[in-house]
Design a protein around this ligand. Sequence first.
Ligand SMILES: *[C@@H]1O[C@H](CO)[C@@H](O)[C@H](O)[C@H]1NC(C)=O
Length: 217
Amino acid sequence: MKPAAIFPVLLVASSSANAKKIFCNEGTTESWDLAQVEHNGYLHETTDVYFDRPPALVAGYNIAQFIAPFDSSCDSYMPTTMMWMVGSQLFTRTKHGSVCNQTIVEYPLDVDVTAGDWHRVIIGASWQASTTGFLKVWYDGKKVLDEQDIPTTVTETEQFQFRIGLYANGWYDDRTRQPPEGIYEVFYDKIAIATTKDEASPDTWKRKPISCRRLTR
Ligand SMILES: *[C@@H]1O[C@H](CO)[C@@H](O)[C@H](O)[C@H]1NC(C)=O
């Protein structure tokens, strides 16, 4: 996956005499008609990734999340743990407390997500609202997160869904504007919920396919 950034667009006017910039922005958060940041999306300036000189605008991608519908005046569909990317870095998080008083703890993962390669992500979680839970992440076979004795979910007991997809939060809500140059794709394969890490591991599927079935309530 390419790093997220917004690149300049060259507009060519019909006559050079009429040439003017209809709109220009050099990678700042100012001067846009609308910067809609919704839900877990965000928009900020970065000096690390840019076209010809800093800054640039960076958009984050959420690529997987646990979410549940809450019948609450504070939130309806609310995600808790997510996996998301900023550039080539992967992050995860926990959310605890309650729907109306949420505490989010973010965990940057020391991994480098490279485009054009398959990567294996395994989440090991004990979902607990008290400090008896854990959250572990293995990335390409290496344990990159091992948080023990932490709350990993909210006190409400709604059943969560696990969702994957390219949540291109940075531009999704403004459908009239083109996304940044390029095609952004994430491929998924071998998605499982299992009781052991070995069952979930895509590597073991090659040898012995696990029996996939619909989850029943
Ligand atoms: C919200 O949660 C925090 C941390 O758990 C707690 O200190 C605070 O009292 C809570 N606020 C309310 C209004 O319940």
